[in-house]
Design a protein around this ligand. Structure first.
Ligand code: NAP
Length: 279
């Protein structure tokens, strides 16, 4: 299986389907990442906050590093200059690698200057520890602020994105400013799979509902990182390239937006933390 790439502002190539790893640990994450890499994935998404970098590092040591695209993220509580540097070095050590292909700010943190954080990201880049930098869960306004003060292009904004949360304002702004949109929770943590239109299209195209949803995302020039612990799902989630949705069917999915998040939600109970800062 060959997965196409998107070109980042640096010229580096980012596979447009990767494997997500949130909430997977121990042998489950090892098995999930190994299954994905053996099936032809080369792009792995993790974060210091996922607590699984060491397990992923165990698996990556069995593969050639230069064929992989590896992303990690710094927690919002670690966005001051020294903490960004330290967090990145810890992630590299846990992952058993000398560099990350992409390093993301996991969440914005209004209590820490974005200029300070972007300066630390530039230092990591100058030292060769990260090849591309980006953000996650940033609004269009927050991204514009980061772009304004960053020495380096902001290659990616990883945001919740699926047919029930299409966010045209952020997506358009990213695409106009050459920042790739990467869909976190591209399957809406399975909620979207029971949607009536998704089910109908799955039947018509003889595809899994997940494939319909992922194909729709990549047709919108959005990179996807579905997470799965099932080898059958992992394989089908990357079988997206020898077929396409008819324009009218793509349009039907455009029309089911409910502006409904599964994780990036104001309704979340933030009392125990503020953007990753434990209180
Ligand atoms: P997701 O990928 O939208 O959904 C994962 C769920 O879908 C799992 O329960 C999985 O179960 C199921 N699934 C996967 N493939 C399937 C298929 N083909 N058919 C049926 N069910 C399928 O949710 P997510 O893990 O939240 O998001 C994906 C990745 O995005 C994360 O792992 C993480 O790397 C990243 N992410 C980032 C942020 C951020 O703040 N930056 C937030 C959320 C997610 P099975 O194990 O049974 O397949």
């Amino acid at each position: 299986m060959t997965i196409p790439h998107a070109t980042l502002p640096s010229g580096d190539e980012m596979p447009i389907v990767g494997t997500g790893t949130w909430n997977l640990s121990g042998e489950t994450v090892r098995e999930s990442v190994r299954t994905a890499l053996d099936a032809g994935y080369t792009h792995v998404d993790t974060a210091e906050g996922y607590g699984n970098e060491s397990e992923i590092g165990d698996v990556l040591s069995e593969y050639k590093r230069d064929g992989l695209f590896l992303t990690s993220k710094v927690l919002a509580k670690n966005l001051n200059y020294e903490s960004v540097i330290e967090a990145c070095k810890n992630s590299l050590e846990n992952l058993g690698t000398d560099y990350l292909d992409l390093y993301l700010i996991h969440w914005p943190n209004p209590a820490i200057s974005i200029r300070e954080t972007m300066d630390a990201m530039a230092t990591l880049h100058d030292q060769g520890l990260v090849r591309n930098i980006g953000v996650s869960n940033f609004s269009a306004y927050q991204l514009s602020c980061a772009q304004h003060v960053s020495e380096l292009p902001i290659a990616v904004n990883q945001i919740e994105f699926h047919p029930w949360l299409q966010r045209p304002d952020i997506v358009e702004y990213c695409q106009e400013t050459n920042t790739i949109v990467e869909a976190a929770a591209p399957l809406a943590r399975t909620e979207i799979l029971s949607d009536e239109i998704v089910q109908e299209l799955a039947e018509e195209y003889e595809k899994a509902p997940a494939q319909i949803v992922l194909r729709w995302a990549i047709e919108n020039d959005v990179v996807v990182i579905p997470k799965s612990s099932s080898s059958e799902h992992i394989k089908e989630n990357a079988e997206l390239f020898d077929w396409n949705l008819k324009d009218s069917d793509h349009q039907r999915l455009n029309e089911i937006d409910r502006d409904e998040p599964v994780y990036d939600t104001a309704a979340k109970d933030w009392t125990g933390e503020t953007y990753g800062i434990q209180q």
